[in-house]
Write a protein that binds this ligand. Structure first.
Ligand code: PMP
Length: 336
């Protein structure tokens, strides 16, 4: 809102009607170069000597990655490929810890691990779990921006996925990208995108270009704004729950952040809340009764004494959430 004019996009009715850009590709070279500049400015990913693939949100890019990595696996074996992720995970099937031993001992088990880092729902900077000859890894870096987490180093994994949804919040524009080290994997992903959807909407690419340009013109401003917003939400939530014996919040250790040049706390997008008492094992129901809507732990492969609260809603929603939590905590027996 503070940069309405510089971030606005006006497109004439006749403009950008073709499938491709003037250079016959499906990817705006201007947008690609802004993405590289942005990663270099923030220091959150290595992009030199790597290729970039665009998708309709990180969802499409991750699905392309899973498809292409499963092709790479199948040349060495005919067994099916399993996609795994560590519990609690963001809506991927499987559990990386369960598969650890099998992938190490059984050479015919093809595994693709999705590593969400920082993780949704608990904000931890996860690293890949299983190792073995047939294990491929894709890093979901959706939340690896200074507003959510310290940036201890530029990420330099083989395949890293980012999204506008969590950088600027423009989830509805459906724009995500992968930074890919291996040329063959990259070429197959590009081909997959061509066959799957003939590339990403040109309107979306223009919109993403305009937004990223406005961000880069203002230095650290949007990150400072978003960091302060998330930090203040996290602190208010932590203070509220620190008075409770019934609910606890995940602990994330502070780390050195090369973006802010200091040791700092995380300021995550979600709170991973545990209902501590045996009688509260349906944590969702406990909060629902207090008029607080959350997501159940079992959605993330966890027990139902855990729930996820979203901190990336509007400020009004958040203020009401805090009010209701404060009321709930103040009603506890022996509340501090
Ligand atoms: N990965 C993670 C970890 C997410 O939390 C989300 C959105 N909640 C996505 C991917 C999907 O984002 P999009 O398709 O909008 O880029």
């Amino acid at each position: 809102m503070q940069h309405s004019a510089s971030s606005a996009l006006v497109v004439s009715g006749w403009h950008r009607m073709s499938y491709s850009f003037n250079d016959n590709t499906l990817i705006s070279q201007h947008l690609e170069s802004l993405i590289r500049k942005l990663h270099a400015f923030v220091g959150n990913a290595v992009t030199q000597d790597r290729n970039i693939v665009f998708g309709a949100g990180s969802t499409q890019v991750l699905s392309a990655a899973a498809y292409v990595l499963s092709l790479a696996n199948s040349s060495s074996s005919h067994s099916p490929t399993r996609v795994v992720a560590s519990v609690p995970y963001y809506a991927y099937e499987g559990d990386a810890h369960t598969w650890r031993n099998r992938s190490e001992s059984d050479a015919s088990t093809n595994v693709i691990e999705f590593v969400t880092s920082p993780n949704n729902p608990n904000g931890l900077l996860y690293k890949a779990v299983p190792h073995g000859p047939n294990v491929k890894t894709a890093y979901d870096r959706a939340y690896y921006w200074p507003h959510f987490t310290p940036i201890p180093a530029p990420a330099d994994e083989d395949l890293m996925v980012f999204t506008l949804s969590k950088l600027t919040g423009h989830a509805g524009s459906r724009f995500g990208w992968a930074v890919v080290k291996d040329e063959t994997v990259f070429n197959k992903m590009v081909l997959h995108m061509q066959v799957n959807s003939i590339g990403v909407s040109k309107d979306t690419q223009l919109r993403a270009f305009k937004l990223l340009k406005a961000i880069l013109e203002e230095g650290t401003q949007i990150f400072d704004f978003a960091y302060q917003t998330m930090k203040s939400k996290w602190e208010r939530l932590a203070t509220t729950l620190s008075l409770s014996n019934r609910f606890s919040l995940q602990k994330i250790n502070p780390q050195y952040c090369f973006f802010y040049n200091k040791v700092r706390e995380s300021s995550p997008a979600y709170a991973w809340v545990k209902c501590e008492k045996e009688e509260d094992k349906d944590c969702y129901a406990v909060l629902k009764a207090a008029n607080i809507i959350v997501r159940k732990g079992n959605v993330f492969g966890s027990e139902d004494n855990y729930v996820r609260l979203s901190l990336v809603r509007s400020q009004d929603d958040f203020d009401i959430l805090i009010q209701r939590l404060q009321k709930l905590v103040s009603e506890e027996d022996g509340a501090i």
